[in-house]
Design a protein around this ligand. Structure first.
Ligand code: SF4
Length: 122
């Protein structure tokens, strides 16, 4: 598992978790990567809300993967506002079209998951 009790997770995963298919796919793959011990999903809203312990914890991560559903890049902009270095995955760049449907499409989730795993070298 990519974490230890003394210094916290090595790889943090922050998803935009937005109200669209791609936002929900970002959330789903962050959740699955965590379950698969490929990183640890963390609380993007805490960074948006300037919650200091959560900002500090994110800054202490060795690696941060940010997953945004679309090029509006809400999560990426949140990390940039705090000056936190990160790698960025944007799901429409994979050919997944953004729509308001919140039902997850298994093939799109698989596509996004593969891209995230490739970025993590997992
Ligand atoms: S990046 Fe796109 S999908 Fe995600 S919260 Fe922002 S607007 Fe919504």
């Amino acid at each position: 598992m990519e974490s230890c009790s003394c210094c916290g997770p090595i790889t943090m995963i922050l998803a935009c978790s937005g109200g669209s298919n791609v936002g929900q796919i970002s959330n789903e793959i962050a959740r699955r990567l965590t379950i698969d011990n490929k990183g640890v999903m963390f609380c993007l809203a805490g960074l948006g809300g300037d919650v200091e312990p959560l900002v500090d914890r994110t800054k202490s991560a060795e690696r941060v993967l940010v997953i945004d559903g679309c090029p509006v890049a809400c999560a990426k902009k949140t990390l940039e506002r705090h000056g936190i270095e990160h790698e960025w995955l944007e799901l429409t760049s994979l050919g997944i079209e953004k729509c308001p449907d919140l039902e997850l499409d298994a093939a799109q989730v698989e596509c996004a998951m593969n891209a995230a795993e490739e970025m993590l070298g997992a």
